[in-house]
Design a protein around this ligand. Structure first.
Ligand code: SAH
Length: 220
């Protein structure tokens, strides 16, 4: 006889153990992951894999990031609860929903209208009223709302972090972004601003979809 399928609570507990074993130590980050039902952010056909520690496909050929990467980037941002955070690449909205547990407001930009609409529906369903969305080219940032205490980019720029984003980083601010041309040769980079001085650290190797300029043409 097959053992009964694990409930989503049991799967969540396993995922949190996995993240802890992977080195995620910040209990605030783990609690934020626990607050967000990832099954709402994946395609219906992948619902049974929602709590596995892996990236999954979403619409428009994009992906929802691996939970470990979401937790790692969130931890690397060292969020404070009064901060305003800019996210580039809303995608499913999962990373934004996790950030929204830990800061004052998340501003998130996506270039696909279809993805943004789905993400907005999820935020509404979960009562996440501290997320503001925008259709646009995130490489230009959100000048009307700048500066931001934290910036997270969830699509990989080929050469360097787009300069507009560095410009929109507040004094003392932290930016985390994947950098690299090839899907298999990317690294997370963390920039910390002190006045006009920018400290640059290289973190772990990652795999993100590319950061693409302009708004996508996905109007029906
Ligand atoms: N943070 C997302 C991960 C999405 S994958 C999540 O938690 O699900 C990266 C997303 O970045 C894709 O949806 C892609 O369309 C978007 N993207 C790529 N280039 C962009 C750009 N220049 N501006 C805004 N979004 C962009």
């Amino acid at each position: 006889m097959k053992p009964p399928a694990a409930t989503s609570d049991e799967r969540m507990i396993r995922l949190l153990m996995d993240l802890r074993q992977g080195g995620i130590a910040d209990t605030r980050v783990l609690a934020a992951i626990e607050q967000v039902p990832r099954e709402l952010f994946v395609l219906g056909s992948f619902a049974d894999q929602a709590y596995e520690n892996r990236a999954l496909p979403i619409d428009a050929g994009q992906t929802i990031s691996q939970p470990f990467i979401v937790a790692y980037m969130t931890e690397a941002l060292n969020l404070g609860e009064r901060m305003r955070v800019l996210e580039i690449g809303t995608g499913s909205g999962y990373q934004a929903a996790v950030l929204a547990q830990l800061c004052r407001r998340v501003y998130t930009i996506e270039r696909y209208r279809s993805l943004l609409k789905l993400a907005e529906e999820r935020f509404a369903k979960l009562g996440l009223h501290n997320i503001t969305t925008k259709l646009g080219d995130g490489s230009k940032g959100w000048p009307e709302q700048a500066p931001f205490e934290r910036i997270i980019v969830t699509a990989a720029a080929a050469g360097e972090v787009p300069p507009a984003l560095v410009d929109q980083l507040a004094d003392g601010g932290i930016l985390v972004a994947p950098i690299g041309e090839l899907r298999h040769d990317q690294r997370l980079v963390r920039l910390t601003r002190t006045g006009n001085d920018i400290k640059r650290e290289e973190l772990i190797a990652v795999r993100f979809v590319p950061l693409v300029e302009g708004i996508a043409n996905d109007r029906p």
